[in-house]
Design a protein around this ligand. Structure first.
Ligand SMILES: Nc1nc2c(c(=O)[nH]1)N(C=O)[C@@H](CNc1ccc(C(=O)N[C@@H](CCC(=O)O)C(=O)O)cc1)CN2
Ligand SMILES: Nc1ncnc2c1ncn2[C@@H]1O[C@H](COP(=O)(O)OP(=O)(O)OP(=O)(O)O)[C@@H](O)[C@H]1O
Length: 199
C-alpha cells in the first residue's frame, strides 16, 4: 500500500514540477474567485466571521497568499497550521492576520507568528482547506506522506473537509490506508467545489 502511494506521489509531484508559472498563476486566480464568491456560504452554511482553516502554499501547491487575504477580506477568521518539533504529531494552529504575520517555520513552511492554539482548534472550524497531491471521487486523499493532516482532522465532520487540488488531480480512485480521513469536497481551479463520496 505504501509503495503504491509513494509511486502515485511521485507521479503527481512530477506533473506539478512542470507546471508553468502562467498556468499556476491562472489556477490561483480561479481559486481566489471561487473563494470570494458565495460558494463557501452556499456549501458550508457559514457566514463571514466564521472560522476557516487554510494553509500557506509552498512551491507548486495550488493556492497563494492572495487566497488567504481574500478570505480575510471576506470576513473569515483564518487559522493556519503550525508544525511542532519532533516526529509527526497533530498540527497546532494560529490565526492569520496578513502576510507580515508570517515567518518561516519547520520544513521552510510559512507559519503565523501569533500565539498557537491546541490541535483541537481545527475542530471549531466551519471549513478546513486541506493540502493534497490528489483526491478521488470517494474522498480518499493523497498527501505528502507524513500523516500530519490525518493525525489532525479525524475529529472534523467530513462535510467540512475540502482537499485543494488542480483539476487533473481529482481522479476516480486512489489507494486508501487505515488512517486516511475522507474528504467531503474537492476544490479545483476550473470547477470550484465538487462534492465527494456521495455516489
Ligand atoms: N503548505 C503546506 N503546509 C503544510 C502541509 C502541506 O502539505 N502543505 N502539511 C501537510 O502535511 C503539514 C506539513 N507537512 C510536511 C511534511 C513533510 C515535509 C517535508 O518536506 N519533509 C521532508 C523532510 C524535510 C526535513 O526533514 O527537513 C521529506 O519528507 O523529505 C514538509 C511538510 C502542515 N503544513
Ligand atoms: N492518525 C494516525 N495515527 C498514527 N499514524 C498515522 C496516523 N495517520 C497517519 N499515520 C501514519 O503516517 C504515515 C503517512 O500516512 P499517509 O500515507 O496517510 O499520509 P498522507 O495523508 O499522504 O500525509 P499528510 O496527512 O501529511 O498530508 C503512515 O505511516 C501512517 O501510518
Amino acid at each position: 500500500m505504501d509503495t503504491a502511494k509513494n509511486t502515485l506521489r511521485q507521479r503527481f509531484r512530477a506533473r506539478r514540477d512542470v507546471l508553468s508559472p502562467q498556468v499556476k498563476a491562472d489556477a490561483d486566480e480561479h481559486l481566489v474567485i471561487s473563494l470570494a464568491n458565495t460558494d463557501l456560504h452556499d456549501h458550508f452554511s457559514a457566514s463571514p466571521g466564521a472560522l476557516i482553516a487554510a494553509y500557506v502554499p509552498v512551491g507548486t501547491e495550488p493556492g497563494s497568499i492572495a487566497v488567504l487575504d481574500t478570505l480575510l477580506a471576506g470576513g473569515w477568521d483564518v487559522l493556519l497550521p503550525v508544525v511542532v518539533p519532533g516526529p509527526p504529531a497533530p498540527l497546532e494552529w494560529a490565526r492569520y492576520s496578513g502576510p507580515a504575520s508570517l515567518r518561516t517555520g519547520r520544513f521552510g513552511l510559512l507559519e503565523p507568528i501569533g500565539p498557537t492554539q491546541a490541535p483541537s482548534a481545527v475542530e471549531r472550524s466551519d471549513v478546513v482547506l486541506v493540502p493534497a497531491l490528489a483526491v478521488d471521487r470517494q474522498g480518499v486523499r493523497l498527501g505528502r506522506g507524513a500523516g500530519y493532516y490525518d493525525r489532525s482532522i479525524a475529529g472534523v465532520p467530513r462535510e467540512r473537509l475540502v482537499a485543494v487540488v488542480y483539476d487533473e488531480e481529482l481522479v476516480d480512485q486512489l489507494p486508501a490506508g487505515p488512517f486516511d480521513v475522507p474528504m467531503g469536497w474537492a476544490l479545483t481551479p476550473k470547477t470550484g467545489f465538487t462534492r465527494l463520496g456521495t455516489t
